[in-house]
Design a protein around this ligand. Structure first.
Ligand code: SF4
Ligand code: SF4
Length: 367
């Protein structure tokens, strides 16, 4: 499989990376470790996990698989969301033990959902503890993983000399994070994209998203990965695999990958935006809201509903992806400013109301 250099490091990552957040039946360590090993045998060499993924089993599954890999040929990443430096350090030690390795290739300051959360990571000592672990050789590279909007994330990566960034980026939401991808590229940082298939929404709605396919893309999965990886600032796309078939499909797309030219990519981006029908692109033109409602986060959540997600998925998106209380939507005064500016002419107020209603009805979603 083709590889790309991760920022200023000496690591060359396969174009597709394994994201260990979607294992079915996570307690079945052996069956899931087989899927991880299948990916390794297909040429994937970067494996990303986190202590909390899959009911705390993802690192355990990786640990079982890594024992059968040539450690010098693979790169392992994990994360911590702790703001406290001592806790973060203890988390690194626990992750190393679960993974059965002595050093992490990549370690993320994880789940930075707002600038306040970022400030807590700095003030609580987490960021300093991560760099100390790097100095001591427990981790090789320190990066940040975030769902922040592009401009906010740009501020974070300009504040600290990080090695890389992990962010959500796909053909559905690229305008929301473009600024961060470009800034990271300018700083020669590694850039990993999560949810390059829109968290599964693109393949699940293949017909609806057929417009992202170019003439020579065999399917929407190939088209979505090509869209991602044609951005030269992106090192590798993280895909959360559940089956060997998913691995095969993504590996085939990566093996046959041919980047779009810059001019063609620009045309494609315009075309994609023109064809979104009823979907929020995350462009942010509706902001600022005078009442402080985080409109793109609400509208992204509504995308889940438009694309067939059930109410539980909608409530879960607010709770776990955005960690945004749905009742903040009640601050909307229905002034209409956002709807007048929305590039997609979305009924924003109505959608916010619906999300608030769903979240109140469903309550807390258990993962
Ligand atoms: S309609 Fe509601 S969400 Fe939109 S700008 Fe006004 S207060 Fe904010
Ligand atoms: S609601 Fe409209 S203007 Fe706001 S981010 Fe979404 S598409 Fe863009």
């Amino acid at each position: 499989m083709q590889t790309r250099r991760y920022g200023r490091s000496d690591m060359d990552f396969s174009l597709v990376s394994f994201g260990g957040m979607r294992f079915d039946n996570p307690e079945d360590t052996d069956a899931n470790a087989e899927i991880v090993l299948h990916a390794y045998n297909k040429g994937i060499n970067h494996f990303d996990t986190a202590p909390g993924y899959c009911r705390q089993q993802s690192e355990v599954i990786y640990g079982a698989a890594i024992g059968h890999m040539d450690r010098d040929r693979v790169y392992i990443a994990t994360k911590s969301s702790s703001p406290d430096g001592d806790e973060l350090r203890a988390g690194i030690e626990q992750s190393l033990e679960r993974l059965g390795i002595e050093q992490l290739d990549l370690f993320y300051i994880w789940w930075v959902t707002s600038l306040e959360v970022w400030r807590q990571r700095v003030d609580g000592g987490a960021v300093a503890a991560a760099f100390k672990a790097k100095d001591e050789g427990l981790v090789r590279h320190v990066a940040v993983s975030s769902h922040l909007p592009g401009d906010d994330l740009k501020g974070v990566i300009n504040e600290v000399d990080l090695d890389g960034v992990l962010l959500g980026y796909c053909a559905i939401n690229f305008p929301y994070r473009d600024a961060a991808v470009t800034a990271a590229g300018e700083k020669q940082m590694g850039v990993l994209t999560m949810n390059p298939l829109g968290g599964g929404l693109i393949p699940q709605n293949a017909e609806r998203f057929d417009f992202i396919r170019d003439v020579d893309d065999p399917n929407v999965v190939a088209a979505a990965l090509r869209f991602n990886l044609s951005n030269p600032n992106i090192t590798s796309a993280l895909v959360g695999f559940t089956t060997k078939d998913h691995v095969d499909q993504a590996c085939e797309a990566a093996e046959n990958f041919k980047a779009h030219s810059a001019a063609h990519l620009a045309k494609l981006r315009e075309n994609i935006l023109d064809q979104f029908d009823g979907i929020c692109t995350g462009c942010g033109y509706c902001l600022p809201c005078p009442a402080g409602v985080e409109i793109p986060k609400f509208m992204d959540t509504f995308n889940v509903k438009v694309l067939g997600g059930d109410d539980r998925a909608v409530a879960g998106r607010m709770q776990y992806h955005w960690t945004l209380p749905a009742e903040t939507g009640k601050e909307c005064t229905q002034c209409g400013e956002c709807e007048a500016k929305c590039t997609q002419h979305l009924p924003i107020c109505e959608r916010i109301e619906e999300i608030v209603e769903i979240a109140e009805r469903i309550g807390e979603v258990q993962l």
